[in-house]
Design a protein around this ligand. Structure first.
Ligand SMILES: [Zn+2]
Ligand SMILES: [Zn+2]
Length: 312
């Protein structure tokens, strides 16, 4: 089948269906090692201060780094900020331990591209059972027979910090690990690195798994392979990322929790930046040209026009 091009994924002769799932050794060994250290070492080294360090570092790296820095800023350009802040947020996003900046853009965009086609490979759709999906998403990649061309915009591609982070993303844990060890010994090291990285990566997969299968939807998209769903109960711990149905409807929106009662701490951080004069050109659903096939599926307020309620 032929495909449509999206953003950085170009070439209408590519095929989002045909390909084989291949084990990705580096990613697999990395996540397995972190998880084993966390499962064995976590209980052995537990202290309340180590637990506090784990919570604090997870919140900072996932919210400011992953959700705001990598996802809403670097990938979707949903707002503008001075380069030094962008660099700092993307650095924090790298500390999550999932991938470097280019790897994150690729992992996001290839899935997004595949999900926007009429049909796509089971891996991109999270269509398989819980355990198969866990293994596929955290330990494998799809080697497509006819992949699209992946082209990162020049400004990002040439950025020296991003190139460094991309080349050394696993090693970026080392300075932090050293600081944690000096400040709080083995407990801070195990909880601040291994427990945090394994919980972050497993949590990221869980959200991706459930948010593409079923749940609450404010909008749906016609004629695409995969829908996104909101997981309202997880809004707090995912810093707004669990409102994934909203994200499919309005991918460039800086705000993910757009309906009343949808807690989105990542959005509050962007608002804080804006109040400090450090964020501008913030995109919201009503400013974005509606996606083709966008349809309101739930009646709250004026249904059917494809515009969200509560835009501020
Ligand atoms: Zn999605
Ligand atoms: Zn996205």
């Amino acid at each position: 089948m032929s495909s449509i091009s999206t953003g950085r994924m170009i070439d209408d002769r590519s095929d989002p269906m045909k390909g084989r799932v291949a084990w990705a050794p580096a990613k697999s060994v990395w996540i397995t090692a972190m998880t084993l250290i966390a499962i064995v070492g976590g209980p052995l080294t537990f202290t309340w201060s180590a637990f506090g360090v784990f919570i604090l570092l997870t919140a900072i790296t996932i919210c400011l780094g992953h959700s705001v820095g990598m996802h809403r800023l670097l990938i979707h350009r949903s707002f503008r900020t001075p380069l030094w802040i962008e660099h700092f947020l993307v650095y924090l996003g790298t500390l999550v331990g999932m991938a470097g900046p280019f790897g994150m853009i690729y992992a996001h965009d290839i899935r997004d591209w595949a999900q926007r086609q009429r049909d796509c490979h089971d891996l991109y759709a999270h269509r398989r059972s819980f355990l198969v999906d866990a293994f596929w998403q955290m330990h494998c990649v799809v080697a497509l027979t006819h992949p699209p061309r992946f082209v990162i915009e020049e400004r990002v591609r040439r950025d020296r910090l991003y190139r460094l982070l991309e080349a050394t993303w696993m090693g970026q844990q080392l300075p932090l690990a050293l600081a944690l060890f000096m400040l709080g010994g083995l407990p801070w090291l195990v909880w601040g690195i291994a427990v945090r990285v394994s919980v972050s990566l497993t949590g990221h997969w869980l959200v991706g798994h459930f948010a593409h299968r079923s749940g609450h939807q404010g909008w749906s998209i016609d004629h695409v392979a995969v829908q996104g769903y909101n997981l309202p109960r997880f809004g707090l711990v995912t810093f707004g990322e669990s409102f994934h149905g909203n994200h499919h409807a309005f991918p460039e929106s800086a705000r993910l929790g757009i309906e009343p009662g949808q807690m989105d701490l990542g959005w509050h951080f962007i608002r804080l930046l804006a109040r400090l004069g450090l964020a501008s050109a913030i995109k919201l659903p009503h400013m974005i040209a509606p996606r083709e096939g966008l349809r309101r599926v739930e009646t709250s307020g004026d249904a059917g026009d494809g515009h969200p309620v509560g835009q501020h």
